[in-house]
Design a protein around this ligand. Structure first.
Ligand SMILES: C[S@@+](CC[C@H](N)C(=O)[O-])C[C@H]1O[C@@H](n2cnc3c(N)ncnc32)[C@H](O)[C@@H]1O
Length: 291
């Protein structure tokens, strides 16, 4: 597929092989081969994206760890989520955050634009309320922004003033052309947040599943440069996509690899065994397409 080391076939009819677990010459862990090829990298996002071929990605589904919210709100040196005992020793934070200056963010957007296929490229970029207002506007410089989606997490979280119950997803296209596969999806998505997850910022798979329900096609190449615990990877697998993911944290990439191996062998998602769907709400995920 998608790295500069060479394009493979995504059109194979062979089943994805579980737990291939070799390492590519670019240093990615290869967890499954065509047609659901999965590669996980452990690098800085910009270094990782530089390894991908121009125009080789169909859908980006990503959830960066922004530094702005933590630094500017000064919440306990940024320790706003997770277990204190798991904090990183160097920074006092639980995981590395992408340094989200406008300059750095533009570099990220330029690379995302380069790797997205001009004919098929769809971008889903998650934001907290702080980074949405500081960085969200920059997305329009490089992409055609189509929607601001609200993820309603159903129950309230932290917040010194109004308690936070929502996160945001900018949906944008690389070029004006490709429509969504389904035209009945609203711009508010209700899925329960993950409580007590193994990874501090673990998101429900259903959030990524809905992105792919709308934008993916079998064999589509899905990319997440900030993969965390691998929720986007599980969604890509469920939607028969090729997946190329990355995280700067070796803890995150090891967890993601283990989660994918387990899912490929048992069909069970060990980090999210229960659905995040809300009873009575319409579902816009692979399961709902099949039922
Ligand atoms: C919000 S978390 C992603 C959570 C993920 N969506 C999930 O459901 O588990 C953001 C991730 O970005 C990673 N990260 C921070 N800075 C990075 C960088 N410069 N390059 C790549 N990954 C980075 C962090 O290690 C963290 O795992």
């Amino acid at each position: 597929m998608s790295t500069k080391e060479g394009r493979g076939s995504t059109a194979s009819t062979a089943r994805a092989q579980a737990d291939v677990s070799s390492t590519t010459t670019r240093g990615a862990v290869l967890l499954a081969t065509e047609p659901r090829r999965i590669e996980i990298y452990n690098a800085d996002c910009l270094q990782f994206l530089s390894l991908l071929e121009t125009g080789s990605v169909d859908v980006v589904t990503t959830d960066p760890a922004y530094s702005g919210m933590n630094n500017l709100l000064k919440l306990g040196h940024g320790r706003i989520v997770g277990e204190y005992k798991d904090r990183g020793s160097a920074t006092g934070k639980w995981f590395v955050e992408f340094e989200d200056s406008a300059e750095n963010y533009r570099k990220l957007l330029i690379e995302l634009r380069r790797v997205l296929n001009p004919a098929t490229g769809h971008l889903y970029m998650m934001f907290d309320s702080y980074s949405l207002l500081t960085l969200g506007v920059l997305v329009r410089e490089y992409f055609d922004v189509k929607n601001l989606i609200t993820w309603d997490k159903v129950s309230i979280g932290m917040g010194h003033y109004f308690r936070r119950r929502q996160e945001f997803i900018l949906f944008a296209t690389r070029h004006n052309s490709r429509k969504l596969r389904n035209h009945s999806i609203p711009d508010v998505w209700r899925y329960r947040r993950v409580f007590g997850g193994r990874y501090p910022t673990q998101k429900p798979v259903e959030v990524f599943d809905t992105m792919l329900f709308a934008s993916a096609f079998p064999g589509a190449v899905v990319c997440d440069p900030f993969v965390g615990s691998g929720s986007s990877a599980i969604a890509a697998l469920r939607n028969d996509c090729v997946f190329v993911g990355n995280d700067i944290s070796p803890v995150a990439t090891e967890l993601t690899c283990q989660r994918i191996r387990d899912y490929l062998t048992s069909g069970v998602d060990m980090l999210q065994p229960a659905s995040a769907a809300v009873p009575g709400e319409p579902k816009f995920t692979k399961d709902s397409r099949e039922s």
